[in-house]
Design a protein. Sequence first.
Length: 202
Amino acid sequence: MFLYRSAQPRHPCRSATLILLSLGMLACRDRGSASAAAAILPGECDVPLSSWLIAGPFPLDTGALRLDKQDLGDPALLYPRSGDSVPGYAPMTWRHVDADSLGRVDLYSVLPQPNLDNRAVYAITYVRSPDARTVRLAVESDDDVVLWLNGRRVHRHETARELRTATDTITVTLAAGANRLLYRVVNRGGGFGLGGRLLFAS
């Protein structure tokens, strides 16, 4: 099965207890009904990203950087752990949240603010792979989303949509060892959330 476990990865993650999704212990489940927009190929595993660290909300830039503003600095330098403070935004901290069984997080259910219109949130999860491999990633967001894998931007989608109504399926390459998957999700109004599932050959 997929396991989250505490670990102390070598390499720039420093000596911190991090949440890691292990790709080494695997049991595939038939999740073909998880999303009509993310077709699952024959023989493919579909595993939700079920544990995240969340930081936010952040006010939106009203100009050209509405989606691309880097509130937390260079994504390549982010290695947070649960409880870490967010520099420049005290008393905000990175907080651990669990996704639902389909890998989705309703941000209204985990953030205390009653109104999250025109706000951005960052979410990071750590994925450990036993070797370098190519996988598909099913990305859900409400609304716009930018993704970085190990500090490199791999996806950007400007869209007004609800969680559960559409999925962006992209192909990414995981490195051997710990990988950092970072979302920046922008809410235009109404619902606010994110989701992710790994799709790969069994």
